[in-house]
Write a protein that binds this ligand. Structure first.
Ligand code: ATP
Ligand code: MG
Length: 398
């Protein structure tokens, strides 16, 4: 058994000793069956949240309305969720309240896909009433129960299905795919924040090309903000392997560049990304356009700063199918050769200029500082106070 499960075993034992059931569930069990690396170990139990909180004094009630308590055990933390059903879905969204039950079967039944509805006991035995193991062997993503019904209960599951294509490389089972093709419009009922979480996993997954093609082929992209009329352009990203991109903002930027959207801000605001994220994505998109037109020079590198410049270069490298390491090294070298990397490093400031030139302050000071900054960046003027003073005096006499 994987060491992450080994470490969590005492938690399960503790719950069982108190007379309740407890199992490993969800993505970690699926990934273990697949032989993939495991992220978070999730636990499901017949004990109520109150019972769990009594058993484990070190806890954080992170989602009591959904039955989830985070328990701290040694160095690790575990999300323990009470068996529940989600009866009473309204408006194609997951319900705001849930019903706790004492049956594992009921809990597995409310889960989205068969591969995600397998439980594992403390001893490593699988409980798999919906044949999730078979789906994993066939590398298929199949809803638990009727696909249309399950997507009507919670339409986000359609996005989740396609994002699992991206993270696992599996295919959608035929009926599951058909239901997405027919009922994509249900996605309109889902909060954009939840959709964005899944879409970003799709965008950054190892099998993004396959998933993106499917997103468009099923028509689901048409119900995502800003994408409906970009079918042809969105397909372009299916030709690029993006696993070497670093941040999710780089993935977004590549997509918008390929869609030929120069100002993605208005679309991204509909996606409710943070201002910081939007600014970064816009900067990368604009940077890629600029560098494609003018190539790198010391001024563009200085103005963008190292981090954003590297993001831009990574996206550009993907576009040209070039070796990433060599291109990034080139940018790093060019950046190291800059005399200064920000205006703060300039050896003088506005007060120095005013002390040297007997003129009243005004916008001319900032303008002159800007010219000096450019001279220094270009290497024509040394970043030493004395040298700059000489230069300023000459400028004043002109
Ligand atoms: P990952 O490894 O990418 O986190 P995961 O399967 O753990 O994948 P989570 O979003 O962490 O995905 O969800 C944990 C589990 O909760 C899922 O495996 C699934 O059983 C269940 N689940 C999550 N979202 C839904 C949903 N919308 N409808 C039904 N079940 C869900
Ligand atoms: Mg998970």
């Amino acid at each position: 058994m994987n060491s992450a499960f080994e470490k969590a075993k005492p938690v399960l034992r503790e719950i069982e000793c108190a007379g309740y059931e407890a199992y490993f569930v969800g993505g970690s069990v699926r990934d273990a069956v697949l032989g993939r690396e495991i992220n978070d170990v999730d636990i499901a139990t017949s004990a109520t949240p109150e019972e769990i909180m009594t058993l484990f004094p070190k806890h954080v009630p992170i989602g009591l309305q959904h039955g989830t308590v985070m328990v701290l055990h040694e160095e690790d933390s575990y999300e323990i969720t009470t068996f529940r059903t989600e009866a009473g879905y309204e408006d194609f969204r997951r319900p705001s309240s849930v019903v706790f039950v004492r049956s594992l079967h009921e809990d597995l039944k409310r889960r989205d896909f068969t591969m995600n509805a397998i439980a594992m006991t403390r001893e490593g035995r699988l409980l798999d009433p919906f044949n999730g193991e078979e789906s994993i062997a066939k590398r298929e993503i199949k809803t638990v129960g009727d696909a249309y019904e399950r997507f009507s209960e919670d339409a986000l599951r359609m996005m989740r299905g396609i994002r699992f294509v991206s993270t696992l490389g599996f295919s959608l089972e035929e009926r599951t795919k058909e239901a997405i093709m027919k009922h994509g419009e249900l996605l309109q009922h889902i909060a954009i924040e939840r959709i964005a979480v899944e879409f970003e996993k799709l965008l950054t997954g190892s099998y993004m090309q396959k998933a993106m093609r499917l997103l468009i082929d099923t028509g689901l992209h048409g119900f995502l903000p800003g994408f409906a009329s970009y079918e042809k352009e969105m397909y372009r990203i299916c030709n690029y392997a993006c696993t070497e991109l670093n941040a999710k903002e780089e993935h977004w930027a590549l997509l918008f560049y390929l869609m030929d959207v120069r100002d993605p801000g208005s679309t991204l605001r509909k996606w409710k990304l943070s201002n910081k994220e939007i600014k970064k994505i816009e900067k990368i998109v604009q940077g890629v356009y600029d560098i494609e037109e003018n190539d790198w020079n010391i001024y563009s590198l200085y103005a963008l700063g190292k981090e954003d410049a590297m993001s831009i270069e990574r996206v550009r490298t993907i576009l040209h199918n070039e070796p990433i390491r060599a291109n990034i090294t080139r940018i790093e070298k060019l950046h190291t050769s800059l005399p200064i990397t920000s205006s703060k490093e300039l050896a003088i400031n506005g007060s120095d200029i005013l002390a040297w030139i007997p003129k009243k302050g005004g916008p001319w000071v900032a303008e002159l500082l800007h010219v000096i900054e450019r001279e220094v960046v270009s290497g024509r003027l040394q970043n030493k106070q004395e040298k700059i003073r000489e230069w300023v005096n000459m400028w004043d006499q002109k």
